[in-house]
Design a protein around this ligand. Structure first.
Ligand SMILES: [Zn+2]
Length: 479
């Protein structure tokens, strides 16, 4: 995503999904993926900025989400099959799912299970405890009229475009608006998403379109598969009328979707995605997924979102003059930094947004615009004028998408580049992307890897940028 403000478009009544915010803490680095000691099975994680979301007791490996959606009445009928591995013996399992959706039945390993659904949590009680080493599958049937969930970042998740369309933009907490999930940025899984919609509507979801075929009545069923790990907040289904297109010239297959009346603008404004892909693959290492592209939905969105393999944009991001091209670069850069290398917790958000903003600057530098140092100096001046200094390494849960996380985060990388020199700096970025590819990491892991690339300590430099309120000086550009 590109900024902390998000437009809420057409919305229905908000659900009562429970969100609780953790108090901002002292700077912490990456933490252990799991801490099983002393935790009640099925209880929410005690760590992290949003302790009401997610569960440390299991690790999802696959979501199979089947949706039947009727625009008339905005009616959703769905079943989600979730395959997961217990991290400890579990007598109960909790998924995040918006309370406005009605759960009509649950099975665990094919046997009916008791369940309770309230305050945005679906608690299951399997007939027998689930044990580590024995993966389980929970099938959840649910229905209702989905809508966005309330969050500190506005109403997010499943929402509606003009006409009959659906738009899903979940970052960071909106995934439970449309499917039961372990809503943590570090529990990543493969996905199969199937959607049955009225004939004439089209569906976009993550990964590769397997095909579409006639469904019951005048409907069509679309199936997408995404085999690479994905965090729940990056999952999506977009429903509307789309013109699909392909682009050649880059190292990865590119396919796109946009409203039919915008194809000409799209072809121009997103025309340089293959060159961006070539540049970033050279600077960051191989693109981590099987396919890429952008989808434009028929609604205005304040900010694009880096939904995995199909970055999401609104109609206001096209004007036929590439005014928003920096955002196209930003969402692509997230696929290395945020989507493949994911956060261990949201507090490390600068690793997503600082890096993606730096991707914008690298594209500018490469494509004949201002260089990264010039852009850093300009952003540094704005930050220096701001009396409200922010510790971007621990911004607090309400400030994840504050502009200063973006600009100071990217300035941090420019300071590091100047200190290390280009060859070492880009080797560090490639190593970061390779070492934690399809995994999760936090700020401490990044500082440790940066120091491993340097002859001198970097901790005090990085701590001054990440954890001190005072803005450090931007090192002069090497000539
Ligand atoms: Zn972003």
């Amino acid at each position: 995503m590109c900024s902390w403000t998000r437009r809420t478009f057409v919305t229905g009544a908000l659900s009562t999904a429970a969100l609780s915010l953790a108090a901002d803490g002292a700077p912490t680095g990456g933490h252990a993926r799991r801490s099983a000691t002393g935790r009640r099975p099925g209880a929410p994680s005690a760590a992290g900025y949003f302790p009401a979301h997610g569960d440390l007791g299991y690790d999802v490996t696959h979501y199979d989400i089947r949706l039947a959606y009727r625009p008339r009445g905005r009616a959703l009928d769905a079943v989600a099959r979730i395959t997961a591995a217990p991290a400890e013996p579990l007598e109960r399992v909790a998924f995040d799912l918006a309370s406005r959706l009605d759960v009509t039945g649950v099975e665990v390993n094919g046997a009916p299970a008791r369940f309770r659904h309230r305050h945005g949590k679906l608690h299951l009680a399997p007939a027998a405890p689930l044990l580590p080493g024995e993966p389980f599958t929970a099938a959840v049937r649910y229905r209702g009229r989905p809508g966005p969930v309330r969050s500190p970042f506005g109403a997010i998740g499943w929402d509606y475009t003009q006409g009959s369309g659906v738009v899903v933009a979940s970052q960071p907490l909106g995934a439970p608006s449309w499917f039961p999930c372990n809503d943590r940025p570090d529990d990543k899984a493969a996905y199969r998403i199937t959607a049955t919609v009225p004939e004439g509507l089209h569906v976009v979801a993550n990964g590769v379109l397997q095909g579409h075929s006639p469904g019951p009545g005048a409907t069509r069923t679309w199936t997408y598969e995404h085999a690479h790990p994905m965090a729940s907040y990056l999952a999506q289904v977009q429903i509307g009328r789309f013109a699909f297109s392909h682009q050649r010239g880059g190292p990865v297959p590119l396919r796109n979707a946009c409203p039919p009346h915008l194809t000409e603008r799209f072809a121009h404004d997103f025309g340089r995605q293959p060159q961006m892909m070539t540049l970033f693959s050279r600077l960051f290492g191989p693109y981590p997924f099987e396919v890429y592209g952008s989808v434009v939905v028929d609604a205005e969105l304040d900010e694009p979102v880096e939904n995995q393999t199909y970055a999401l944009f609104g109609t206001n991001h096209l004007d036929g003059r590439r005014t928003s091209e920096h955002l196209v670069a930003h969402e692509l850069a997230h696929h290395w930094f945020g989507n493949s290398v994911s956060l261990t917790d949201w507090r490390h958000i600068w690793l997503n947004e600082g890096f993606a903003t730096y991707g914008e600057w690298l594209w500018s530098e490469h494509s004949g615009g201002p260089g990264a140092h010039e852009l850093a100096a300009s952003n540094w001046s704005d930050l220096a004028d701001d009396a409200q200094r922010m510790r971007i390494g621990a911004p607090g849960p309400a400030h994840l998408f504050d502009d200063r996380v973006y600009s100071r985060g990217a300035c941090t990388l420019q300071a590091l580049r100047t200190t290390l020199g280009d060859a070492t700096f880009f080797a560090l970025l490639r190593n970061w992307a390779a070492r934690y590819r399809h995994g999760s990491a936090g700020t401490e892991e990044f500082i440790a890897l940066a120091e491993a690339h340097s002859h001198r300590p970097l901790r005090s430099l990085l701590h001054s940028w990440l954890y001190a309120r005072r803005l450090p000086p931007l090192p002069p550009e090497r000539v």
